[in-house]
Design a protein around this ligand. Structure first.
Ligand code: ATP
Length: 613
């Protein structure tokens, strides 16, 4: 069996250490704040170096027109037989070479630093988002598509790279170029510089105003994309159901609605960008037209040299190219920003159930459970418990029975603090579960649910999940006790068999046996069995009953059952109806009572509930 390796990343970068993944802290909701929080945490130095490299590279490149001016003025003087001023033709040429060399060199420095920054930022962003996401409550995961959440984390983290690149390569470069151009033009003619400054201020102000609206449209677009992806994933997950009910045409039209919503929003965004680009293009033409026209006029009038004309002309072109490129990239910028913003909106929501301030770990000594005057309704108003009280003695084995919807699963979820009650309390060994850490509470209870979760990993890894670091022998022993070893050993790859998404390559009964083996390894004092043997045939169930009985020894057990035959041996059986315990006692007591339990027992044949139930 392969060892369970959670941190299999080989990267030596500090940002990849496993401790990082363990620390969970609230996420910044605003995209730039989130990016900044990641930068500040680990990459401040590298980030500063990248900004410095881009600023230096662009500042150096921006002097190209200046060197060209010197060269052309030198050539003009030399061809007219006049002395060349300043550093001479060779000097200007060497300067030009130096500008090319160092300008390009700085970008390569940027790229090298980026190799050690961008992938690490993306990794850290995913860890932060995933870490926070996992702290959300049961209700949160019920309300959100799993596929959508996973996609958001991936897309949000990827978007960060796009945002950083555009900010560095387009925004900072444009700003530096404009600043250097203003200074350089001042040397040729202050009027040019003043004009460029006025143009830049106006351009940035209008672009910023347009951009804000663009951002909103982009957010709407991103939301439409993720909703339609969520619907598509939901439909694909239920492909068998769709085919089974011959609803392919229905689903196509249902999905069509969401895909169309995405199409319309995309169209609105693109229209807006066309308008934005029109403004930007017109602004650039005005800038170039005015600069070149005035420079031509002055050169012809003899108040400017040909070199100075070249300076104005090439600088104008450099600016228009850079600004145009920036405009071109704005679409991606706002799309990325919208994607990240939407991901953070979804993931960074405050946790529904949090550890109380100063929460201490739960210390389980005996396994006594006390439910005191519990009151609970779902957010939609469905009232389940209105003052339920119950004491389960250490080591007592309780069977919970009752009609569907009576509140059995909800009670177990409240004991596991997956829901927060509106009133009353649950105490384990005298400690209110609302005052202990959720981590310790989860560690204290082992659950075998009705539909056990199975990872798309090997069977061995799935069982060993109950106790990380369990040896192969321990895993096999647990599997034997759960009567899972036989079917695992029959598979050609044994414990290394990968079980498929949600364990699709296992039968329902096999999945439950894996879950039982996992719970055996967890070895917790409190055990919850929610229809743990519901997917087993009578023969396997008989085998597993023995294993479950072994598992139950020395533990406090709450077992939910519809098939009463599975709980007849429990110390006490509680019959729940409408959120109240209406009958309780041993199997024999309840039969003797001749009430609801006895009637239910009568109605069951072959261990199964009849249709009337
Ligand atoms: N997330 C939810 N939001 C609103 N109501 C809910 C939710 N989950 C369950 N309920 C309702 O709460 C009541 C109790 O449900 P619960 O699942 O605890 O019943 P149960 O006794 O475990 O049923 P079963 O035997 O069918 O599993 C039911 O009326 C159910 O419809």
């Amino acid at each position: 069996m392969r060892a369970v390796r959670i941190d299999s990343l080989e990267d030596q970068d500090r940002a990849f250490s496993w401790e990082d993944a363990e620390s969970v802290r609230p996420l910044e909701r605003r995209p730039f704040r989130f990016i900044w929080s990641l930068m500040r945490e680990k990459f401040a130095g590298r980030f500063a170096l990248m900004v410095a490299a881009v600023v230096a590279g662009q500042a150096i490149e921006a002097f190209e027109p200046y060197a060209l001016k010197g060269l052309i003025d030198g050539l003009t003087a030399a061809s007219a037989g006049q002395p060349v001023e300043g550093i001479g033709i060779v000097g200007w040429f060497v300067l030009l070479l130096g500008i090319w060399f160092f300008g390009i060199g700085m970008y390569r420095v940027y790229q090298v630093v980026d190799i050690y920054t961008s992938p690490s930022i993306r990794a850290l962003a995913q860890k932060r988002m995933f870490g926070w996401l996992m702290g959300h409550s049961h209700t949160y995961f019920q309300d959100n598509f799993a596929g959508k959440l996973g996609q958001k984390i991936k897309q949000g983290a990827n978007a960060i790279l796009g945002i950083i690149e555009i900010m560095m390569f387009d925004m900072i470069r444009t700003a530096v170029l404009l600043a250097v151009a203003v200074v350089l033009l001042w040397t040729a003619a202050p009027a040019f510089s003043a004009f460029l400054m006025a143009w830049a201020v106006l351009y940035i102000a209008v672009s910023g105003w347009l951009a804000r609206h663009c951002f909103r449209l982009s957010e709407q677009m991103s939301e439409a994309v993720s909703t339609s992806s969520g619907r598509i994933i939901d439909a694909i997950t239920n492909a068998d159901l769709i085919r089974g009910f011959a609803r392919i045409a229905f689903e196509r039209s249902f999905l069509g609605h969401w895909i169309n919503a995405e199409r319309f929003r995309s169209r609105r965004l693109r229209w807006y960008l066309v308008v934005m680009r029109l403004f930007q293009m017109a602004s650039i033409i005005v800038l170039l037209g005015v600069l070149v026209w005035v420079a031509l006029d002055r050169t012809l009038a003899g108040t400017m040299t040909v070199g100075e004309f070249t300076l104005v002309f090439t600088l104008g072109f450099q600016i228009s190219n850079t600004v145009w490129h920036l405009s071109d990239r704005l679409l991606s910028f706002f799309e990325e920003l919208g994607t990240l913003s939407e991901a953070l909106d979804l993931v960074s929501a405050p946790h529904g159930i949090v550890d109380a301030p100063g929460a201490t770990p739960l210390v389980v000594t005996e396994g006594r459970i006390e439910v005191r005057d519990l009151r609970f309704s779902f957010p939609d108003g469905t009232k389940v418990f209105d003052g339920l009280s119950l004491t389960i003695r250490p080591g007592e084995k309780i069977g919970l029975v009752g009609r569907s919807g009576a509140g059995k699963s909800t009670l177990v979820k409240l004991i596991r603090r997956q829901y927060e009650p509106q009133g009353g309390a649950v105490l384990i060994d005298g400690q209110d579960i609302a005052t202990v850490t959720q981590e310790s509470l989860n560690a204290a209870i082992a659950e075998v649910p009705q539909q056990p979760g199975v990872f798309h990993r090997t069977i061995g890894e799935n069982i060993a999940y109950g106790r990380l670091g369990a040896t192969q022998a321990e895993v096999e022993e647990a599997a034997r006790q759960a009567h899972a070893h036989e079917f695992i050993a029959r598979r050609p790859t044994g414990y290394d068999t990968v079980v498929g998404e949600q364990g699709v390559k296992l039968s329902g009964g096999e999945r439950q046996r894996v879950a039982i083996a996992r719970a055996l390894l967890k070895d917790a004092r409190i055990l919850v069995l929610d229809e743990a043997t519901s997917a087993l045939d009578s023969e396997s169930e008989h085998l597993i009953q023995g294993a479950l009985w072994t598992l139950m020894q020395g533990r406090t057990v709450i077992a939910i059952a519809h098939r009463l035959s599975t709980i007849t041996g429990m110390d006490r059986i509680l019959y729940v109806e409408g959120g109240r315990i209406v009958e309780q006692g041993s199997h024999a007591d309840l039969l003797a009572l001749g009430g609801r339990y006895a009637a239910l027992w009568q109605r069951q044949s072959g261990g199964f509930l009849e249709a009337a139930e």
